[in-house]
Design a protein around this ligand. Structure first.
Ligand code: MN
Length: 233
């Protein structure tokens, strides 16, 4: 007999799959910080990979937003930033996965936007406080349809770009990722067990900047897909 809940469980978050009527159910959303050298520099950080491990943070699963949606300008910020990212969508999981086997976990890839309340992040960082609320707020993870590995393989090169109201803001290449997708999965799976349904936002190239009410945002990852979102007025 199935469990009886004291109120109806919330709808399960999910993402569209290209050329497939079925949905990708989202378990967790992981993100990696500062994974392109030019973006690390624009944030005032040292882009050197060194011997350090990648730095992860999370968003709630229900922060996903379907491409094409209009989202409200978030509360508590005057500096909402766009970050276009390659997203890896996992179809398998595990713990302590070696990089050599990590790509077996990937179901597909999508273009996503890691929306950021930059003013809250900067203030929290300066005060030595956690910056969860600068990243994990409502509607903070717009994502386009997932292209399965079976259709596109594992992209390691290709243009990643974002425009606002038709004006190019961000442009980079997947070949410039500091930590590769297999390295990210290996490192993440040493921190926590990963599982089917996990999304990994792999970091943004340079050119991050503010969004205003009424803006139309278009992101694209070559050979992978696109993501579009409008900011409500
Ligand atoms: Mn990001």
């Amino acid at each position: 007999m199935s469990a009886e809940f004291i109120f109806p469980p919330p709808p399960f978050p999910s993402v569209a799959i290209a050329q497939d009527a079925r949905r990708f159910p989202v378990r967790r959303i992981f993100c990696i910080a500062l994974n392109y050298a030019a973006h690390a520099r624009e944030m005032g950080k040292d882009p050197a990979k060194g011997g350090e491990a990648p730095v992860f943070f999370s968003k709630p699963a229900d922060a996903v937003v379907e491409s094409g949606a209009t989202i409200p300008y978030p509360t508590l910020t005057h500096d909402l930033h766009h970050e276009i990212e390659l997203v890896a969508a996992l179809g398998k999981g595990g713990a302590d996965i070696p990089a050599e086997r990590a790509l077996d976990c990937v179901f597909g890839y999508a273009a996503g936007i890691d929306l950021t309340r930059r003013d809250l992040q900067t203030a929290a960082r300066g005060a030595g406080r956690p910056w969860d609320m600068s990243k994990g707020f409502d509607h903070s993870a717009p994502i386009g349809a997932i292209s399965p590995v079976a259709a596109i393989g594992h992209p390691t090169r290709g243009r990643i770009a974002l425009s606002v109201n038709g004006v190019l803001r961000q442009a980079g290449d997947l070949g410039d990722l500091i930590w590769s997708v297999p390295e990210i999965i290996a490192a993440l799976s040493r921190n926590v067990a990963i599982a089917p349904g996990d999304l990994i936002f792999t970091g943004t190239p340079s050119g991050v900047g503010p969004l205003l009410p009424g803006d139309v945002v278009d992101g694209e990852v070559e050979h992978v897909g696109s993501v579009a979102v409008s900011i409500g007025k």
